[in-house]
Design a protein around this ligand. Structure first.
Ligand SMILES: *Cc1c(COP(=O)(O)O)cnc(C)c1O
Length: 231
């Protein structure tokens, strides 16, 4: 099935539910992204900084670029001028660097805190205790140009629908608790980024507001080891 057909299918399925589609274009060529763009897609996700910067330079300026992969502090400066949302903030140090680059670029950079929900050691994200510690810290409160708009999580790569469901549920419960405790009057704190090609339907049932879909739209990737495990 063509990329544009897929984009249209997702649009029909997700728009009525108010769920945003992040088309994950990592490892895919410019032509494939352009095809999705021509079908109306404007939000794309990449997981490597260099690839993101190269693609941003070659594609229309009204694309919303999301960084979904593990981010090293020393690379924030390359994407700070244009990135729309960073899904993968997993330390105070990274949030502080994003803040610094936001100040330099005179813009507030929207971010999600990546929470560790999977049962796999290879995945990134803040543990529950770390998350609470970060949210309570004075250093976090002082960030003026790094705005936390929600949480992101990656479920375990397993056949067990029950387990994936539990992990998504856990993230949604955590989101609600954190909203009550730390973002009560912050209308911008509203995003739960969860769900990929294999599990987005379960994620939506559990309250996902943005799904990150790659292979179902663009086809399987070569060297199809999940890249977020390789970073
Ligand atoms: C690659 C990737 C996706 C998309 O995965 P698919 O299974 O191809 O839909 C989603 N989220 C993250 C963090 C990724 O690295």
């Amino acid at each position: 099935m063509s990329i544009s057909t897929k984009i249209n299918e997702f649009k029909l399925a997700l728009e009525p539910k108010g769920v945003k589609l992040i088309a994950v274009s990592k490892t895919k060529p410019i032509a494939a992204i352009q095809e999705a763009y021509d079908a109306g897609q404007r939000v794309f996700g990449e997981n490597h900084v260099q690839e993101l910067v190269e693609k941003e330079g070659q594609l229309p300026k009204d694309i919303e670029w999301h960084l979904i992969g593990h981010l090293q502090s020393n690379k924030v400066k390359y994407i700070a001028p244009f990135v729309s949302l960073i899904h993968s903030v997993d330390s105070l140090k990274l949030a502080q660097e994003i803040n610094k680059q936001g100040i330099k670029n005179n813009r507030v950079i929207d971010c999600l805190l990546q929470v560790y929900i999977a049962d796999e050691e290879t995945k990134f994200g803040l543990g529950y205790d770390e998350l609470i510690e970060l949210l309570r810290s004075e250093e976090f409160a002082a960030l003026s140009h790094c705005r936390i708009v929600g949480l992101m999580g990656i479920a375990t790569n397993t056949e067990s629908q029950r387990q994936i469901n539990e992990e998504f549920k856990e993230l949604a419960v955590l989101f609600n608790g954190i909203k009550q405790s730390y973002f009560k009057d912050a209308s911008y704190f509203k995003e739960i980024s969860m769900g990929m090609s294999s599990d987005y339907e379960l994620a939506i049932e559990n309250g996902s507001t943005m799904v990150r879909i790659g292979s179902t739209i663009f086809g399987n990737r070569k060297a199809d080891l999940p890249d977020y495990k390789l970073n």
